[in-house]
Design a protein around this ligand. Sequence first.
Ligand SMILES: Nc1ncnc2c1ncn2[C@@H]1O[C@H](COP(=O)(O)OP(=O)(O)O)[C@@H](O)[C@H]1O
Ligand SMILES: [Mg+2]
Length: 209
Amino acid sequence: MQKGLFITFEGTDGSGKTTQLNLIKEYLENKGFDCVVTREPGALDFGKKIRDILLNSDENISDNAEMFLFLADRAQHIDKFIKPALNDGKIVLCDRHVDSTLAYQGYGRNRDVEMLRKLNNIAVSGVIPDLTLLFDVSEENAAKRLDRVKDRMELSGKEFYNAVRRGYLLLQKEEPQRIKLIDANNSINIVYNISKELIDELISRKSGE
Ligand SMILES: Nc1ncnc2c1ncn2[C@@H]1O[C@H](COP(=O)(O)OP(=O)(O)O)[C@@H](O)[C@H]1O
Ligand SMILES: [Mg+2]
């Protein structure tokens, strides 16, 4: 039986996922909740090696290789970290998860989304986010925010960015109960207030069950 809460943070690079995740962690800890922060890819040592290959490889990584590397990281992460934390009653805040695979590999790289869903299902073995916050931001705003050295994924260009963004929006329309759309073009504080409200709602719903 899962006692904790699994909350994922999704959106394109520069949408503010990490910023909001850190704010929400502080918010929940101040309220006395036991919270853990994690991310995909690359939370565990196993995953760090995978992340390094994915983001920094000089070799041209094939689409299939990329897909299997992400999924391998996810399977290990779920089994060895997320599931045990949820069983301990923790709130798990995860930076990117199953929807990233569907948005990036599926809609971004034009792979079969239904096939990816099936592979995701194998990797997560029944662990589904209780809530997913989707931060949606325009390509222009994201580009303005990302002035640091761009990694391989971020170098893929505007067209790819917009395909991923559209993919995320489609996913949200299919699962509006789980995935909540947040206009992340707004200020950090406005986005934070919306995120807090959605998380408070989830906590009160779950504690009433
Ligand atoms: N709502 C916002 N408005 C303006 N700048 C933001 C906003 N959210 C985040 N940023 C800034 O944009 C950059 C990327 O944010 P980050 O949280 O790392 O995004 P992500 O994790 O989605 O890639 C950071 O410098 C952050 O301070
Ligand atoms: Mg981030």
